[in-house]
Design a protein around this ligand. Structure first.
Ligand SMILES: [Zn+2]
Ligand SMILES: [Zn+2]
Length: 166
């Protein structure tokens, strides 16, 4: 790891978080954090392991999982479950820290979008229910443009109401 990488604000914040918990700031933990901050995507553990290996780091999955857990608890990284059977990780220091996700059920592509409507929903929840929102999550599942263009069609599976059929 170069000095430039080690001094990035993200790594500094994570190192401080580890020290506050009394945990050692190890090269392995910094290397995992560096991979997550270097990506603007939504990384699986396999993605992270691959990027580490490509960078010449040999870090076991258990260490990657434990480090990701710490990154999530530090709130520097957000954990997503897009129903794939594994989690994805995204750092929260992007240009676009508040955004929602569209997930293609065919190819798994995750696309980000912003929703001003959701702010209005939060306001409505506040006024109608006296509820104070702190965070929210919207995931829309469907077919991306590329998959539609490639001729993929959504099946009606699960969309037919049995009462209507009877
Ligand atoms: Zn797709
Ligand atoms: Zn995202």
């Amino acid at each position: 790891m170069t000095t430039e990488q080690a001094s990035s604000p993200f790594i500094r914040l994570f190192s401080r978080y580890l020290r506050d918990l009394g945990l050692p700031v190890t090269h392995q933990r910094e290397a995992v954090a560096q991979v997550v901050i270097a990506s603007d995507g939504h990384l699986s553990v396999d993605d992270i392991e691959g990027a580490l290996r490509a960078g010449g780091e040999r870090i076991g999955k258990a260490t990657i999982y434990r480090t990701l857990d710490l990154l999530v608890r530090s709130r520097l990284v957000e954990e997503h479950d897009f129903g794939e059977g594994f989690k994805r990780y995204e750092h929260r220091l992007s240009n676009n820290p508040i955004h929602e996700h569209m997930i293609c059920v065919e190819c798994g592509t995750v696309t980000e979008f912003e929703s001003n409507e959701l702010y209005r929903v939060e306001n409505r929840v506040r006024t109608e229910h006296g509820f104070l929102p702190v965070r929210r999550r919207l995931e829309i599942y469907g077919l991306c443009k590329d998959c539609q263009d490639a001729g993929v069609e959504l099946t009606k599976e699960g969309l037919i109401c049995p009462i209507e059929i009877a």
